[in-house]
Structure formats: C-alpha cells, structure tokens
Write a protein that binds this ligand. Sequence first.
Ligand SMILES: *Cc1c(COP(=O)(O)O)cnc(C)c1O
Length: 573
Amino acid sequence: MKAPQGATIGRYLVRTRIAYFSMEIALRAEMHTYSGGLGVLAGDTARSAADLELPMVFVTLISRRGYLRQEIGRDGRQIAHDDPWDPTAFAVPLRVKVALPIGGREVWIRPWLYELHGALQHRVPVLLLDTDLAENDPADRSITDNLYGQGDSYRLQQEIVLGIGGIRVLQALGFTIQTYHMNEGHAALLSLDLLRRNALPTDETQAGGLRYAVGPVRDRCVFTTHTPVEAGHDRFSYDLVSKLLGDYIDIDQLKLLAGPDHMNMTHVALKLSGYVNGVANRHAETTTRMFPGYRVRSITNGIHLPTWAHLSFAKLFSRHFPSWGFDPEMMVRADQLPDEDVWQAHQSAKSDLITTVMARTHVKLSPDLPILGFARRMTSYKRPDLLFSDLARLASVSEQHPFQVVFAGKAHPADGPGRQIIQDIHRSIEQLKGRINVVFLPGYNMDLAKVLVSGIDVWLNTPVPPMEASGTSGMKAALNGGLNLSVLDGWWVEAWIEGVTGWAIGDDHADHVPTAAALYDKLGTTVLPLYYRDRARWIWMMKQSISKVATYFNTQRMMRRYVVDAYVAAGLK
Ligand SMILES: *Cc1c(COP(=O)(O)O)cnc(C)c1O
C-alpha cells in the first residue's frame, strides 16, 4: 500500500459533483480495463476532465483479467487469452466496502483508487470496482475479472456491480454527487437505483402506473449512447433479472421502464435521463429513428490531443502553439506550418511504425511508399476485409501506384464472423505476397494505436453506414497529418471536405452502402496519384487536415460542451 488511504480519497470529496460511469476506461496501456473505442473515449474524457479541472469522479470495473490478449495462430486464426494486469502497480485499495444482494448472495465490493493527473496540478479520481474479496463466494469473486466476459448472467452481474454497486460505493465514500453520466447503457442500473429512492406515496402513481417519481432522477442523469448496432444494446430476460435482483424492484414496474419483453438497458437510460446524447450528428439522427419519442442531442466525440500526437508532432506544435494541448483552437493556424517541418515530423512517425512492423512481423516496409492503415475492432459492419474483395483489381491498382497496408484489431471471442474476418485477412495477405506488402499486427491496444495512427499516410474506414456512430481513430490520424479515406459516416460526415481534409468513399447518402469498386476507384485515380505526383498538394492537405480536424474533434471541446449543455443546463432545470 502506497499512501494513507483515507487521506487519498478525502481530498476529492468536497469538490466533486459529477460521476461518470463506464464499463471500460482506457487509462494506460498497462491497465487492461478497456477493450476499444468506448474505453478509449472514456479515458480521453477523463484526461480532458483532469486538464480542465472538472469536479468529476470516474467509476469503472477493475477487470483483473482484462479483455483479451490476442495471439494469431499459424492458420491466421485469433487465439484469445486472458490478459491479466496488476492493480497494485497503479492503484490503491480503499478501506470502504459495500455489500449488494446478487442472485441471493451478499456480494462485497471494494473500490480501488487510480489518480489521473491533468496537465496542470489537478487530478481526477477513478474508482475501479473489485469483487475479488475473501468474504465473497468463489463464483462472485470473479464478477469483475473479464471485461465483456461470456454469458448474459455474467454480464448482468457486472452491470449490477457497476451501476448499483458504483452508486453505493460513492455514497459510502462520502461523495455528494449531483449529476450522473452513463457512458453507454451498461451503467443504466445506476438510474434505477436513484429511481428506487423516489417512491411515490402509496396512493399516488404517475401516468402509465409507475409508482416512482421520474422527474428528480431525470434532472440528475445524462446518457450517452454509442451504437446503432442492435447487438450493442444490452437486453436481459426478466427471468434472469428476477434471479439476480430478487425483489430489488417489482418486475411489473421495471417493465414500464425497460420494455415488456426484455430489460433493455438503453430504454432504462433513455427514460431516466434528462439529457440524451448521440456521439455525432448523424448518430443522433439515427438514434432518434431507432427510439422515437426521445430528444437526442449530439455532442460529437473527440480525442485527447496530447495523448495521441506523436512526439515529433507534439514538438512541432509546441514550437508554434505553446498551449495547443490545452487550447486546441490555437491549432487553427496549423495550415501555416512549414511544409518541410510537417513532412519531417511525419517521416519520423512513419519510421517508428516501420520499425514496429519489422520487430513484430519481420516484414520490411519502405518509407518511400505510402502506407494505408486500418485498425479497429474486427467485426462485420466495419468491413475490415472490403479492401480485399477483389485481389486482382487491388494488385493492378498497386502496379500503377505501389502502396503498403498495415492492419490491426481484435474480434470479440463470441463474434464468429469477426473472428472469420481475421482469418480471411491473413489468407489475403498470403495471396498478395510478392505483390503488395500487407501486415497484420496482433495485440491492438492504445500503444500500438498511437504508432499506427501517426505512422500511416492514409487511414482507411469502410463501415456500412449508418453503423459507425462516430469513430475516433480517424481523428487521431488527422492530428498526425494522416489523410482519411472514409465512407461518409459518423464523425467523418462533419469533418470531410473532399480533397482538403481527405476523401470520401462513395457519396453522401446514409442508406447507400459504398462498394469495394468505389474504394478502388478513389484509391487508384485520386489518392495514390496525388501522393506520387503532387507532394506539395499532399502536404497542403496534411496541414488542412491538422488545422480543421484537431481544432474541433478533441475532448477539450467535447467536455466543455458536456459541461455547459448537459451537466450545468441539466442541473439547473
Ligand atoms: C482510438 C481507438 C479505438 C477506436 O477507433 P474507432 O475508429 O472508433 O474504431 C479502438 N481501439 C483503440 C486501441 C484505440 O486507440
């Protein structure tokens, strides 16, 4: 134990007013408390909250065995391992414990404290909830082990610990929270716990038969939804809910909030939040169509710039805009940076990527050929293998204008099609040998993401619209002078200026799914020729991309918007 624990948490109790709950938060690569984009966003949110000195506390699970450590077998198949990490190296266990009945047993929860340091003197506390305690039944000790572990029952137990456990831990520690922010529906049970404290007198009911007052709960809850993909919205059978939660809440009452057939966590959060947010303009429109009757606002996602700028770019930015990390608006003049400096910073980041590829795959990429990058969760709607739809066509594009490709990404172990895509990509890599250098880097995480997004020349994004709610890796690429070649979906709808910040694949119709032909066309006739024939124009685009994307698509702006539009305005209602 590193510090006197009471004192450690004590300094946060007086000032903190906002609690942000997320199933995953990417705090640092060595802490395996995240799986992908949702967690990285939560981490960047916390980093900006610390920089902006916001009165926030973050609550998540400790995920002792992580999400998954990815190994690729000889046949190109993903082999998933546990990915344990050591909480004692980064966090301190607090003395407080709370107990919750889950499945008829008392389950004890202990929070660990991780302190996140901002750019100035400020820190924000992150609480990591842990059930691995001697007083728990062996089965319950593992509830907080595996992030997104298998099975509905396990998942619901985790969400009970996060939502209900989290709110009670905050209370037991002595926090006075005004506003609760649910990052995705996983945390929705916290709003249900608040609702239970607002029972109406027995002779009163609200319209529809609810015996609780919703208004005071809605005044305190903010909900951000992150996906238009149906499977992304957790649903649990009422049998399971009864089994795990017992008489915590009357099931007929719960059905009024959560839907007649299943407990849908998104419905709970929508009903009990006074401010509902989609993560990009297009996503807010899609969410409104999916869940009619709710007002869905949009504060578009961002990234924490200092976290995602390669050192060579960070130095360049610091020379010209000393406060860029804190005041990203300063980077509006990045379009005036000297060409030579921008190209050198890029080549230095590219050389780091080439070194990483060499070390991990023994493939030697060239600094003189453009590198295309694609790294994200391997799942069907993102179409990671679209580039390989027609290998002959791809090879002929590359004969005209040679290029190289770097891939990375994990598939959720229960996502069969996602795992198949990884295997298919490896088969395509074999088939293209000698014609195009394509590599797959196993173990996509924050550290690898940084090397990738800063080292590539072109960042590829090929989702089926409107499934990509926002996407943030393209923002990271743009900050480092990478040019986006992307389907018009999510954040890119807002950032795209054709031939200026990057390029679109296909046209701007949300219901139109761009084909591989559209990708090959744009690549072969526009993107690659520009790289080889007009380097000055390419660098001009890099600078346009930095100045137009980084100034807006950052978590400083995002959090200032959340504070004014969601936290303060919602709290004042
Ligand atoms: C940024 C990031 C993501 C999110 O990328 P998307 O473009 O939203 O798919 C996922 N995983 C890691 C490790 C990241 O750094």
